[in-house]
Design a protein. Structure first.
Ligand code: DHB
Length: 387
């Protein structure tokens, strides 16, 4: 069969693109390796930038983010045993929303269903061919039947283990590895704080996030080889309590741990993000470390631009528009790379850091929270730069 745009990957990037193309009257097919239920139960990040919320609401995906999500006017930076509030709203007039990626995915999948979108979950043996000419995607569908779809454009929105990115012939890859990972938990407990706490301690970073009134999300920096199943609830709480301990009246409320996992951690960019009729979006083209929750937001920013470019190229018959895509998105990609790297290195501890490094890090944090200019810089990056 044929379609105009074959989208490899049915995560938030692929589904949002398919939704935006539908609005522009451009037909697409989305192919996703995983089952819908599998994606819905894999916990990911939970913070949406202002423009990500606008995109979900204004494009008609859903306004559930506004009713079920929580608006956050700022965050706390915690170090030296004290919390310092960064008031995004007062500093920039912008805020973020706490709304889990799993809910964003559900809203998008429901919107595609509602609008009659062609989204195929559970496909296997996916192969992309002829991206310089007439792209074809071959796969086995969820009933085990071999299929082939020919398209004008293929979009690789197939995540951090993308197969599409390997098809970019003149690719250049930029990496940064970190000597740590995050241990993430979900627990049954009430909120300990009205907003998120990013904590720097002598034992390393910790993040107190939220999900609902009765379920909380927390992370702490760990060794990348950590086996989460080897950690008891008591050990997890001991570690978190130590990293959040302080001289103020903050108290971390404990509860039963209902999910634990270790998250990979790296910075990665591949350029260019276009090769012939193939374009990359989201994690297929770039990965950020999780500090600051930029990954999903960056993916949505990519597809906002990509939908515009494809509308120009396919809807208005102006194929030169494809040439602009890579440079247009890479500007934000590198800003987000810097922001995520900066938030990470400002708050994490590495095994080889010297006494000098430790004191310098505290000096940076102290300077930041004492300066409206410093706090505004953080607030602008966290809430997201305008398009
Ligand atoms: C969450 C994850 C992040 O990486 C972050 O910076 C903030 C929140 C979360 O999962 O809630």
């Amino acid at each position: 069969s044929t379609t105009r745009v074959a989208i490899v990957g049915g995560g938030p990037a692929g589904l949002m693109l398919s939704h935006l193309l539908h609005i522009a009257g451009i037909e697409s097919v989305v192919l996703e390796r995983r089952a819908r239920r599998d994606i819905e139960t894999t916990h990911r990040a939970g913070i949406l930038e202002r423009d990500s919320v606008r995109l979900l609401v204004d494009s008609g995906v859903s306004d559930r983010v506004l009713t079920d999500g929580d608006r956050h006017g700022g965050i706390y930076l915690r170090f030296g045993g004290e919390s310092h509030h960064i008031d995004f709203d007062a500093l920039t007039g912008a805020t973020v929303w706490l709304y889990p990626q799993t809910d964003v995915f559900t809203d998008l999948a429901d919107a595609r269903d509602r609008d009659g979108g062609d989204v195929r979950f559970g496909v296997s043996d996916l192969e992309v061919r002829d991206v310089l000419d007439t792209p074809t995607v071959a796969f086995t569908d969820s009933d085990g039947v071999a299929q082939e779809i020919t398209a004008e454009i293929v979009v690789g929105a197939d995540g951090s283990r993308s197969i599409c990115r390997d098809l970019v012939a003149d690719r250049r890859q930029y990496f940064r590895e970190y000597p740590f990972a995050w241990f993430g938990i979900l627990c049954e407990a009430p909120k300990s704080s009205p907003e998120l706490i990013y904590a720097r301690s002598d034992r390393g970073f910790a993040l107190i996030s939220q999900r609902t009134e009765s379920v909380q999300r927390m992370y702490f920096q760990c060794d990348p080889t950590t086996d989460p199943s080897a950690w008891s609830d008591a050990q997890i709480w001991e570690e978190l309590q130590t990293r959040l301990a302080g001289r103020d009246d903050f108290s971390l409320v404990e509860g039963t741990v209902i999910d634990k996992s270790v998250l990979p951690f790296r910075s990665f960019v591949q350029t260019p993000m276009r090769h012939g009729q193939l374009l990359l979006a989201g994690d297929a083209g770039h990965t950020v470390p999780p500090t600051g929750a930029k990954g999903l937001n960056l993916a949505l920013a990519d597809v906002r631009v990509l939908a515009e470019v494809l509308e120009q190229a396919l809807g208005k018959n102006d194929p030169d528009a494809l040439d602009t895509y890579s440079d247009r998105v890479l500007d934000r990609v590198w800003r987000a790379q810097n922001f995520s790297y900066w938030m990470t290195t400002m708050l994490h501890r590495s095994a080889d850091s010297s006494d000098f490094d430790e004191r310098r890090q505290l000096g940076e944090l102290a300077t930041l929270v004492a300066s409206d200019a410093g706090k505004t810089y953080l607030a602008e990056g966290y809430t997201g730069w305008p398009a």
